[in-house]
Design a protein around this ligand. Sequence first.
Ligand code: PMP
Length: 453
Amino acid sequence: MPHTATIDRNKVRALMQAEQQRFAEQHPRSLELYRRAQHSLLAGVPMHWMTRWPGGFPIFVAEARGATFRDVDGHEYIDLCLGDTGAMTGHAPAAALPAITEQLHKGITTMLPSENAFWVAEELQRRFGLKYWQFALSATDANRFALRLARAITARPRVLVFHGCYHGTVDEAYAWLVEGKPASRPGNIGPQVDPTLTTKVVEWNDPEALEEALRPGDVAAVLAEPVMTNVGIVQPAPGFHQALRELTRRYGTLLILDETHTLSAGPGGYTRAHGLEPDMLTVGKPLGSGIPSAAYGFTEEVGRRAQAVIQPPYADTGGIGGTLAANALSLAAMRATLEHVLTEAAYQHMIALGRQLEAEVQEVMTRYRLPWHVTRVGCRVEYLFRPNPAQNGSEALAGQDPDLDPFIHLFMLNRGILLTPFHNMTLISPETTAAQVRRHTEVFEEAVRALIG
Ligand code: PMP
């Protein structure tokens, strides 16, 4: 048996210190802005989780185009984070800008429908196979609205999510398993109710636990990503999707698939790529090339039942809404994105590069005998510092590496490559090139050599 490489933890920490120093030296302007921001922005950032970038302070961006961006210190980066999928289209995609710019001059929001609404709904129908569509401005809202409708039409109080999930800042989805029992997710800020009152939680890939939770008949909907992508990538085991669909049907529970990240699997997401049959589907982030946009769709049957519960005079005070939702700019951006950017041809390019990235990273792992693995959903690739793919949220969380995860991010960043924060996720846009993927692999190998050399 070939031995596997071992990583000296003290060495990782020493390397990390050196990278932090290098980062501070290379980013004087970002540091200056970050210091200034302490006087007006809470924690010195416009969004609190931006404090979590591994260099000690975030880099400030001057300009982002296609698959790259430049920071205020003049460094150029290959962007494999792509706004954590919000810019999976590439930044400011040239193919969508004319329609978006034109709409800016023709009015942004009126609270009346525009003709683009039909085009987008019909295209989503064609891509995902669901009949009726509604729009929102974030995937979080799409999920919230889908859950509300599911509870309203089933007249059931609870929902079910999988341990380790993330579906945006949706209160009901902030339930996890803690020591094997449903509880508020660690770090849940000021929950309005204890999420265990609203939500059941089971492990992904566990049909027995799922059936037990659905059996009492009080679960309105299961909300799930078709592949877990927010705790590292956790693939569905063979047969799990079939079990999920059969069990939800058997117990009268609606199945909501959140395709916000798995849209990386193809033009119709993982749902179309794998012939899944959700009752509802939610999607957001890159749908409008970064202009706030999201959509949620229903089967004909669910749409009919939903229509019955959205009755005047409560239509805009019933808990589903948003004055700016379905605004003309958002719809123009969605149309331009679907028509010109996230096309079949674009996906062929993106998925081919996803395969290249996966194969190159795997080759480095094999050559250096690293006890790690790499996994992929279309044009989304993730490497994890554990030997075998996790089967569920608990295994994925246990496999997170508090030393290596931040180290690899900072090492890459210092050499011009941005990974998605919190785990080691890379995403390919239509404008990413094979040379950029290759460059990522070179830097990845350089990091490996530093670790084990
Ligand atoms: N669904 C999934 C699967 C997500 O990963 C996220 C955000 N990471 C969301 C929904 C929420 O998206 P947003 O923050 O844009 O509302």
